[in-house]
Design a protein around this ligand. Structure first.
Ligand SMILES: Cc1cc2nc3c(=O)[nH]c(=O)nc-3n(C[C@H](O)[C@H](O)[C@H](O)COP(=O)(O)OP(=O)(O)OC[C@H]3O[C@@H](n4cnc5c(N)ncnc54)[C@H](O)[C@@H]3O)c2cc1C
Length: 507
């Protein structure tokens, strides 16, 4: 008899992975289908921070007038800060191998200065939110100390600075690996997970959901009692497939980052400030380089939205030049760029984005046992998994027994190197099917200064026997990887030349 799953999860980003892990552990028989690869959507285009939530707090505090005019939004931001701090403590303590602490400096310029007591109060509130489990290492610099700080030399208006805040943020080793880790653990708990498998049809009939999957072998229909729609910025497309285009819950917001080399004085240090419109703007270390952004703009969620435009790159360079006029970075100094579209919850007015992170039970809207998650963030993904499991639990009982939830990092070969062992593990144990799956999402190599181009040929050669690629197919996979890298990240020509030289060099 055909299996009937308790739940079918649509999507394979960080929220779907967390939902899969928590639902499987709670005893729900669960299948997950991801159109591309685990973590290949917005989860691969982030600023990679397990934020402490300071940005939410400044948004919440603002002025008394602003607080009174939008109290609901301000309280929501306070709540998001609390959840960020708790997510940070949980993740840093259970997965220390996947994060690194990064010292951050916030220059208190006349435009964004806050009194020292307010800064202390903000950090006390944040510390109280996680019970001080993972220290923030707050240090307040006086105006004289800030002016003398090596990293702030060249900052516009340094002589007018009021001081600076130093504290510790955490950065993911790289986020796609967190998605893959979560899928690996979820499969161990019983999740059936399929990548490269788009959901192309969805209908409710005879008390069950019929989910059409486009598998490599042809269409396959699976039956499930409930649907958990975690398709990120595409959640409304899925609801449209289910026959409910009017049940819109999401809107997209594009963010762009560029990778550049900053002066030695900035090495290993992050800097946080705000743009002229009050949006957060970061300089975040990445090895010897920094990525700078995000630059936010509207998006309609189409694939083009996942690529940086020349106008966005120019806007980031302009912002950087206003901040540090002496850096004098030009377009040719941009080593590569990336962009992503944030899924944002639709505000009650149905037109604007809300900062809220929400699960929606659309049973009342005519979609029985159908749950959608909006506004999901990397930094609070485990909480998203718990929230969705609770929401499902209000409608469905699991068909199997609960198992202990194992949040530890799965073991495996060194993910920072292309070796026989790391490529075989990626393909045979972690469902990698393409070079991009291997180099960007199982290994960190695809996020190096050359975007993995220099090691792609070696990885292709090692993967070919496991994936049954002929020499012609291996060459095609390599060409696909190069084309995707050029289209999505626009690396400057020097990156290509260095990669070709590295590939040609004797091993
Ligand atoms: C520039 C930028 C910076 C950011 N910085 C941070 C940060 O520092 N920290 C942080 O916590 N968050 C950050 N975010 C936010 C965060 O990245 C996202 O909110 C989060 O990754 C969303 O995860 P998701 O699983 O909801 O979506 P996604 O990762 O997009 O996953 C949705 C998946 O659904 C799949 N899908 C779509 N349609 C179908 C279908 N028909 N069938 C099967 N699968 C389908 C897609 O292929 C995709 O993989 C940032 C976002 C951006 C854009």
């Amino acid at each position: 008899m055909e299996q009937i799953y308790d739940i079918a999860i649509i999507g394979g980003g960080i929220i779907a992975a967390a939902a899969g892990q928590h639902l499987a552990a709670a005893g729900y028989s669960t299948i997950l289908a991801e159109r591309v690869d685990y973590g290949a959507g917005t989860s691969s285009r982030t600023s990679r921070l397990q934020h402490c939530g300071l940005g939410y707090l400044s948004a919440a505090s603002g002025s008394l007038l602003r607080f009174m005019s939008r109290p609901r939004e301000a309280l929501e931001c306070l709540d998001l800060m609390r959840r960020s701090m708790r997510g940070r403590a949980e993740f840093v303590q259970t997965s220390p191998e996947r994060v690194r602490p990064v010292p951050f400096i916030v220059p208190l310029t006349p435009e964004n200065a806050i009194p020292r007591w307010k800064a202390r109060l903000a950090f006390s509130l944040m510390t109280a939110s996680d019970g001080g489990k993972v220290p923030l290492d707050l240090k307040l610099l006086s105006a004289a100390e800030a002016r003398a700080h090596p990293a702030l030399q060249g900052l516009a208006g340094l002589q007018r600075i009021h001081g600076a805040i130093l504290f510790t943020e955490y950065q993911y080793h790289w986020p796609e690996r967190i998605v893959v880790d979560t899928i690996v653990k979820a499969r161990q708990a019983g999740l059936e997970a399929l990548n490269h498998t788009p959901v192309t049809g969805l209908r409710h009939d005879g008390g069950l959901w019929h989910v059409t999957l486009a598998t490599p072998g042809g269409p396959r229909e699976v039956l499930a009692r409930g649907i958990v729609n975690c398709a990120g910025v595409w959640v409304d497309e899925i609801s449209t497939l289910a026959g409910a285009p009017h049940l819109r819950r999401n809107t997209g917001e594009k963010g762009t980052n560029v990778v550049v080399r900053l002066p030695q004085t900035m090495r290993g240090l992050g800097l946080e400030t705000v743009t002229g419109t009050g949006a957060p703007f970061y300089l975040i270390p990445w090895g010897d380089l920094h990525y700078v952004g995000p630059w936010d703009s509207a998006s309609d969620g189409r694939p083009q939205g996942f690529r940086a435009t020349e106008a966005e790159i120019a806007a980031i360079l302009d912002q950087l030049a206003r901040l540090f006029p002496g850096f004098a970075l030009q377009r040719e100094d941009v080593i590569y760029s990336w962009a992503g579209v944030r899924p944002r919850s639709l505000a009650a007015d149905g037109a604007h984005a809300s900062p809220a992170v929400r699960e929606h039970d659309l049973t009342g809207g005519g979609l029985p046992n159908y749950f959608v998650f909006t506004g999901g963030l990397l930094m609070t993904h485990r909480e998203a998994g718990r929230r969705l499991t609770r929401a499902v639990g209000r409608r469905q009982v699991p068909s199997g027994p609960a198992r202990p939830l194992d949040l530890s990092t799965p073991p495996g070969p060194d993910p920072d190197r292309v070796t026989e062992a790391s490529v075989a593990h990626a393909v045979l144990r972690e469902q990698a099917r393409t070079l991009s799956d291997i180099l960007r999402r199982r290994l960190s190599v695809g996020w190096g200064p050359d975007l993995g181009l220099g090691q792609a040929e070696q990885a292709a050669r090692l993967a070919a026997p496991h994936l049954g690629w002929s020499p012609a197919e291996t060459a095609q996979c390599l060409a696909d990887f190069t084309a995707e890298t050029e289209a999505d990240f626009a690396p400057r020509p020097a990156v290509h030349r260095a990669a070709v030289a590295a590939a040609a060099a004797p091993a």
